[in-house]
Design a protein around this ligand. Sequence first.
Ligand code: NAD
Length: 255
Amino acid sequence: MTAGRLAGKIAIVTGSGGGIGRGCALMFARQGAMVMGCDIRPDAAQETLDLAAREGLPMESLHPCDLTAPADVQRLINATIARFGRIDILVNAGAFGAFAFIEEMDFDSHWRRTLSGELDVVFLACKAAWPHLKQNGGAIINFASANAYMALPGSGALAHCAGKGGVLAMTRQLAMEGGAYKIRANTISPGMTLTDATAPVLEQPGFKENVLDRMMIKQIGMPEDIAWCAVYLASDESRWVTAADISVDGGATAL
Ligand SMILES: NC(=O)c1ccc[n+]([C@@H]2O[C@H](COP(=O)([O-])OP(=O)(O)OC[C@H]3O[C@@H](n4cnc5c(N)ncnc54)[C@H](O)[C@@H]3O)[C@@H](O)[C@H]2O)c1
């Protein structure tokens, strides 16, 4: 494992209690970044801090922090600046999506909650971090999804598809607005990755087989598979990469 690819960089990783956020937070710390995590679930965020401490990696976290609440997001940015003095990297891994087919999809508890949990969280964090990213340039990493490109039979992902298509499009726009300030903005589009969010669905009879059937590499992804891509997009190795979307999905969207 190559260490030091993010040496000296200050990174905010939202949703650090979740699968991909935790994977990124730990991987970033191993690569030398100073990480500020956050999550709405304090126990999960604390567990990530404990895992980091067990490896001897310093890490900070603000929890609970509700990324749909502008005041909480501002608290996160303020805490990062107070602790580290600047922000170089923003990884927006915190998200919530509700799944249902259109006939069962409720306007408030499914549709609006998903659009807020997948789009507002990205907008609010980018907006609050922007003045700090502008100072020295920086990297924003957002998560779209294979669902931004394809509909998976058997999955009630209507709101999620809208949310992730939105993340893909808004990240392109952020990259355009950030170019003059050397703010790079990119998305990763993961395929089915084993996390707290997906573990119960993958247990449903036939679902995993259905997913694997659509992959070139017949394997469910792990958070580390996504985190390695995030390390690249956060590092200076990708200094000329912006407005890009990288599929990390075992080939699912190309099949
Ligand atoms: N796991 C997959 O298969 C997969 C596939 C494609 C895209 N993605 C995307 O990757 C990102 C991470 O997904 P994951 O699978 O790790 O999910 P996850 O549910 O394991 O983690 C998300 C974390 O965000 C936190 N969170 C939710 N709402 C929040 C809020 N309002 N404020 C603060 N924290 C909040 C949750 O508590 C959780 O810890 C998401 O954007 C997801 O849509 C995941």
